[in-house]
Write a protein that binds this ligand. Structure first.
Ligand SMILES: C[S@@+](CC[C@H](N)C(=O)[O-])C[C@H]1O[C@@H](n2cnc3c(N)ncnc32)[C@H](O)[C@@H]1O
Length: 244
């Protein structure tokens, strides 16, 4: 599997105590190959969960991070940021994706790891809400679980047994590209499937089976046609944007 040298600096136990899906630091490190982050930039970490991606962004790039999440409280995340020594750079915020408390054009970049599919697969979310948070010339980056192509039923037959309602937000990279590109607001700078997605997903799947009773292991094993994907997409907000 591909190496993620920045992630290797972080304690494995700390990662697995706090991850909420396939190793978020691997996904973020991959995404950051397509983003230009510099000290002083303001970055939204949307759906940060327990905030390990926010810690990574502050430590690796010296950026100021607004660590936004819904399921995890800001107070819980603040404790983690203090323990990690990044509380001066990382601000925990508890807010729902449709009721975000930020000014338009506030962020230099908005990043979302294994979260954007929960709210962003809605056609209007990007043009009406999310894109407004970032300034002109600013950057967007997401990594989402998905499929290598679209299926008439929404999923391949192999995954039928383990398919759940929320997985209907799993789409192909071309579907995600089109969702943002057709708005005319951004230029897509990268959009591809990560290599070996199931190898990336597997350590989390085993942990989640043992610790939470999740069935991600069976889900991955049932994917005999290799249709499961982890999709990386980055974009830059254009100078002039159409009225929407
Ligand atoms: C699978 S977890 C991933 C968390 C973290 N990024 C990680 O990889 O460990 C998805 C996250 O998306 C957030 N989320 C889901 N729906 C949301 C919504 N409507 N508004 C804000 N955050 C949301 C949840 O709070 C959750 O922490």
């Amino acid at each position: 599997m591909k190496k993620y040298p920045r992630t290797e600096k972080y304690d494995n136990n700390w990662v697995s105590e706090n991850w909420m899906g396939p190793n978020p630091l691997w996904l973020l490190e991959e995404l950051c190959e397509h983003m230009e982050l510099k000290p002083g930039m303001k970055v939204l970490d949307m759906g940060c969960g327990k905030g390990i991606t926010s810690v990574f962004l502050a430590k690796e790039f010296g950026v100021t991070v607004f660590a936004n999440d819904l399921w995890i409280s800001a107070t819980e995340n603040l404790k983690r940021f203090e323990e990690a020594g990044v509380a001066e750079l990382v601000f925990p915020v508890h807010a729902e994706a449709h009721a975000l408390p930020y000014a338009e054009g506030f962020f230099d970049a908005a990043i979302s790891i294994d979260s954007y599919q929960y709210y962003g697969a809605d056609e209007t979310y990007f043009p009406c809400t999310y894109s407004k948070l970032v300034k002109t010339g600013g950057q967007f980056g997401i990594v989402v679980p998905g499929l290598t192509r679209e299926f008439d039923k929404g999923y391949p037959d192999t995954l039928k047994e383990h398919w759940e309602g929320e997985m209907f937000s799993f789409h192909s990279k071309n579907w995600w590209r089109r969702l943002w590109e057709k708005t005319g607001i951004v230029e897509i700078t990268a959009c591809y499937d990560m290599e070996e997605p199931k190898e990336i997903w597997q350590p989390w799947a085993k942990w989640a089976k043992d610790n939470l009773g999740f069935n991600d292991v069976e889900f991955l094993n049932s994917d005999t046609n290799n249709d499961i994907a982890l999709i990386v997409m980055s974009a830059i907000k254009k100078q002039t944007t159409p009225e929407v």
